[in-house]
Design a protein around this ligand. Structure first.
Ligand code: AMP
Length: 416
């Protein structure tokens, strides 16, 4: 058996023959027994850790024991709700949930923005057991009485930190705390988050009952399968350094259909500019950012996934959590300001047991992340360059001087 747990005949078969999973991932090994035991769960795990299966399999297994008892009029009320921040993530979860419920009578549906409501509503007509949804579209449907959550038995809040960053807290509270919906303790609630900021912990306290907490490795940590590389550059050198890096990958057969490169930039304008620059310099690239319409985003992503354009230039907003197999290298063309985002980004490579490479261009403007980066590298048993420690030290003493200036009543004029 995939894990020492019996999910039920058909599901066991699916895991073995369709998914072909032989070993559980760490989050699966720890979370599945907890969830099969009916407990609430707060788990720190990022996309790529196998968390979708960790929550879907126990839900599907539990539901299979229940659905046979449902009366025909109840089939329009979902038993499981999986909330996710973006349409792309919803589709990923939807595809996985459909795969896991293969050959069962369970019906998985989707409710997310960017698609005509009528199509989604039509799909509910033949039954609705598991609903994967973004908060906004779900509230629209609930307010129009197209969906009711009053029978919800399983509730998953995925990428909780991301949802809060995107300002979804009022919507999540509205959904979870709506008077008609089963209260805490009368449903099984699972909260997944890559990082653990205070606001996520507050949410967990409000939504979970006597929960088990599981953290796989460091909160949001990169795995040891990712080699992290740092290059000290000037801003104006970045295009040339990127070209050298990509030329090297091509020369070594590491760029193509099965070896994709994901490049992170800070702004939408930067993403467009770099996409243009790459294409005019002989590289096949597409970009993904919030200014692109849904169809453009889908097209870009599909072309990247299939390796037709093996380079994707993306901003954080558009790309977080995406599960694309075969990303051989992540490039932080522009480093983020915080370490959690860095960890999220590099986690796009080195997935499902494969090795990955993360290369970051560091400029003097990135000093604020130097200390956290050096600590992370140490934690991952990787060497940090000496200059990184120097930037970290200089930044910290600069901050201290700054602090002294404020505490002595001088004008605060330094922006960090
Ligand atoms: P997730 O973190 O749910 O986005 O999963 C990342 C990828 O790992 C998906 O493509 C899953 O199909 C795959 N995966 C999940 N569990 C396992 C497993 N036990 N063995 C191998 N691959 C897995």
């Amino acid at each position: 058996m995939f894990i020492d747990v019996d999910f039920g005949g058909v599901v066991n078969e699916t895991i073995r023959h369709i998914c072909k999973y032989s070993q559980p991932t760490p989050i699966q090994r720890h979370a599945i027994p907890v969830l099969m035991g009916g407990r609430d769960l707060m788990a720190c795990a990022q996309t790529g850790s196998g968390k979708t299966a960790a929550f879907c399999l126990p839900i599907i297994s539990g539901m299979l024991k229940d659905v046979s008892k449902r009366s025909p009029e109840e089939v329009m009320y979902p038993l499981a709700l999986i909330l996710s921040p973006t349409r792309e993530l919803c589709f990923q979860i939807y595809e996985e949930a459909k795969k896991f419920s293969y050959q069962t009578s369970l019906k998985v549906c989707i409710a997310c923005g960017g698609e005509p409501k009528s199509l989604q509503l039509k799909s509910f007509e033949s039954g609705l057991d598991i609903l994967v949804a973004t908060p906004g579209r779900l509230i629209d449907f609930c307010e129009a009485s197209k969906v009711s959550l009053k029978m919800i038995k399983y509730m998953v809040i995925d990428e909780a930190d991301r949802m809060l960053d995107m300002g979804f807290e009022p919507q999540i509270r509205k959904i979870v705390e709506h008077t008609e919906n089963p209260r805490v303790g009368r449903r099984q609630t699972m909260l997944f988050s890559a990082t653990l900021p205070k606001k996520v912990q507050t949410l967990a306290l409000a939504f979970l009952s006597d929960h088990v907490f599981i953290s796989v490795g460091r909160a949001g940590s990169s795995t040891h399968l990712i080699i992290q590389e740092l290059m000290l550059v000037e801003d104006n050198e970045k295009p040339q350094r990127l070209k050298e890096l990509l030329d090297y990958q091509i020369a070594n057969g590491n760029l193509g259909k099965t070896a994709l490169v994901l490049i992170f930039v800070a702004t939408k304008r930067g993403a467009n500019a770099l996409e243009c620059w790459l294409n005019s310099n002989g590289f096949s690239a597409v970009s993904l950012h919030g200014d692109k319409c849904q169809r453009e985003r889908e097209r870009a992503l599909a072309s990247f996934k299939m390796g037709l354009t093996p380079i994707l230039v993306a901003t954080d907003l558009a790309s977080r959590g995406l599960d694309v197999a075969g990303i051989a290298q992540v490039v932080n063309y522009d480093l983020p300001r915080d370490i959690d985002t860095y960890v999220q980004r590099i986690g796009r490579t080195g997935r499902a047991g494969k090795r990955g490479l993360a290369t970051s261009f560091f400029t003097s403007k990135n000093s604020c992340i130097a200390k956290a980066l050096s600590e992370l590298l140490k934690e991952c048993h990787q060497d940090a360059p000496n200059w990184l420690y120097q930037y970290a030290k200089r930044y910290m003493s600069f901050r201290t001087a700054d602090y002294l200036r404020i505490s002595r009543g001088y004008e605060y004029s330094v922006s960090t």
